[in-house]
Design a binder for this molecule. Structure first.
Ligand code: NAD
Length: 256
């Protein structure tokens, strides 16, 4: 029987890469994101891999949108077996210049949304005694960097949520784990390179070599496909004894 997944922020970057891996493995997928061509992306992936896809433009800042997305996807697919909380935003500035509105946005999309989505899929997963919640956090869910107060806080928050849901899900066949990537070259990071160049007063090339990859022992960007492969493993039966864990995929950053 085929399985069904909701992947937030899956019409760009890491989420799209993970969605493609899951579609290749036969999962039906509810795509989500703010990209205008989201429905088209979902349709194309469905056609390419011969699975059922749908698209929800639910804004992760709005709990009502989130509940509606889960209700519609559950209704269409019959169950949600896997939830991947991936939608995320970033803003880089020193604390004294950090706009309060950006703080609220980042905490809302990166952290609070994971609570609302997990809460919404929980009753179905509990009833079926199977569920996999996978949070895409970051190396910044384990370590800090300057100028990223909201992002680091939001990702550390989800590291905590991952542990709690791991514990609460244990009696019900629900696992919850986080993947903590180092730098992945996606639209989010392209934007960050520009912002960091301003904050550090450096060229964009200097930001990549001297700031971004400085803390990674392996001086390369993480590949989206590799994150998809790990997410697929976490969704599998073989990962049934893994829960509450935050797994670094960051070229040895947190080994230091
Ligand atoms: P991206 O900008 O390419 O994609 C982000 C996705 O989130 C987009 O589809 C966007 O539409 C969606 N999104 C943003 N705000 C939303 C909202 N309010 N409602 C619904 N969807 C919304 O970014 P990415 O690099 O692919 O990042 C994906 C996740 O991976 C994020 O949580 C990010 O923090 C995390 N991450 C990225 C990196 C990296 O280097 N790129 C590293 C570690 C962790």
């Amino acid at each position: 029987m085929s399985k069904n997944a909701i992947i937030t922020g899956s019409t760009s970057g890491i989420g799209l890469g993970i969605a493609r891996k899951f579609a290749e493995a036969g999962y039906n997928i509810c795509f989500n994101g703010l990209e205008d061509n989201g429905a088209e992306i979902a349709e194309k992936v469905g056609e390419e891999f011969g699975v059922t896809t749908m698209f929800s433009a639910a804004n992760m800042l709005k709990p009502d949108d989130i509940n509606e997305m889960v209700k519609i996807a559950e209704g269409a697919f019959g169950s949600i077996d896997v939830l991947i909380n991936n939608a995320g935003v970033q803003y880089v500035a020193p604390i004294d210049e950090f706009p309060a509105a950006k703080w609220d946005l980042i905490i809302g999309v990166n952290m609070s949304a994971a609570f609302h989505t997990s809460k919404a899929v929980w009753p179905g997963m509990k009833a079926r005694k199977f569920g996999r919640i996978i949070n895409i956090t970051s190396a910044h869910g384990l370590r800090a960097s300057e100028f990223k107060s909201a992002y680091v806080t939001s990702k550390h928050g989800v590291t905590g949520l991952t542990k709690v849901l791991g514990l609460e899900g244990a009696p019900h066949g629900i696992t919850c784990n986080a993947i903590c990537p180092g730098y992945v070259k996606t639209p989010l990071v392209e934007g960050q390179i520009k912002d960091q160049a301003k904050s550090h007063n450096m060229t964009e090339e200097e930001v990549v070599t001297k700031v971004m990859l400085k803390k990674q022992a392996i001086k390369d960007f993480v590949k989206v496909e590799d994150l998809g492969a790990l997410a697929l493993f976490l969704a599998s039966e073989s990962a049934q004894m893994m829960t509450g864990a935050s797994i670094p995929v960051e070229g040895g950053w947190s080994a230091q």
